[in-house]
Design a binder for this molecule. Structure first.
Ligand code: ATP
Ligand code: MG
Length: 241
């Protein structure tokens, strides 16, 4: 589903991604961990074309993301992204947040888009909030709406960039529960997270990114439980303290 070869990204003279190689299969769940500034967000943003790669190859579902001729809107429709901050449109109700992109980008009728929105809100447990505005919702509820909004585009891949790290601790669980259900349904997911419990329980593989490369990768039991790399061990010691 995702193929990345020698992905490089520089900002000016700062060489941030220094040759990322990976293949992620359909329905696979990959958790990405690593120190601050190592390039985790940059990697995700390159995957959906929010950032332009400086060099290398990125294919998502067979579509070359870093092809100048690509229709970025069409490509992004296939890749959902959820950020640390919820990014809901504050002046729109939950329903309007969910139906806007399907109507504008997919040219869905309002009626059809509402049916999809209701189904997704039911799935994330928030059908009763359909007419609420974002500022009337808790952080956890807003993040669940953000997930539903991304799913409304029927993406093939979902990218999550620290989706729970801005939440109060007691709200983290409800968001992880929604993500876990999504993983169990077979969604292909790449999740940057500090939630080691989630990584251990839900992911098929963990990537440890450091200084712009995947330093170590493997099943969670191995990378988190018995890391080969000294830098992975050092990082885990710090986050698990
Ligand atoms: N638009 C930009 N312009 C210049 N430098 C940038 C830009 N975006 C990111 N960087 C730099 O790239 C490096 C990697 O940033 P990135 O956000 O990918 O790190 P991260 O691993 O996600 O860190 P964190 O865990 O803190 O979120 C950092 O040094 C950052 O300052
Ligand atoms: Mg980041």
């Amino acid at each position: 589903m995702i193929h990345v070869k020698q992905l490089q990204k520089s900002y000016g003279s700062a060489h941030i991604l220094r040759g990322i190689d990976c293949d992620i299969a359909e329905s696979e769940v990959v958790c990405v961990i690593g120190p601050s500034g190592s390039g985790k967000s940059t990697f995700l943003r390159c995957l959906n074309g929010l950032e332009e790669a400086s060099d290398g190859e990125i294919l998502v579902d067979g579509v070359m993301v870093n092809d100048p001729a690509i229709d970025l809107n069409a490509m992004r429709a296939g890749v959902g992204m959820v950020f640390q901050r919820f990014n809901l449109f504050p002046h729109m109700s939950v329903l309007e947040n969910l139906i806007m992109a399907p109507m504008q980008v997919k040219k869905m009728s309002r009626k059809d888009a509402v049916v999809v929105a209701e189904k997704l809100l039911l799935k994330v447990g928030l059908l009763d909030k359909i007419d609420a505005f974002p500022n009337q919702l808790s952080g956890g509820q807003q993040q669940r709406v953000a997930i539903a909004r991304a799913l409304a585009m029927e993406p093939k891949v979902m990218l999550f960039d620290e989706p729970t790290s801005a939440l109060d601790p007691e709200l983290v669980g409800e968001v992880l529960t929604v993500m876990k259900a999504l993983a169990e349904e077979g969604m292909t997911m790449v999740v940057v997270t500090h939630e080691m419990g989630f990584a251990r329980e839900v992911s098929d593989r963990v990537f440890f990114i450091d200084q712009g490369v995947i330093m170590e990768q493997g099943p969670p039991q191995q990378v988190l439980g018995a890391p080969h790399n000294e830098r992975t061990r050092d990082f885990l010691r710090k986050v698990l303290l």
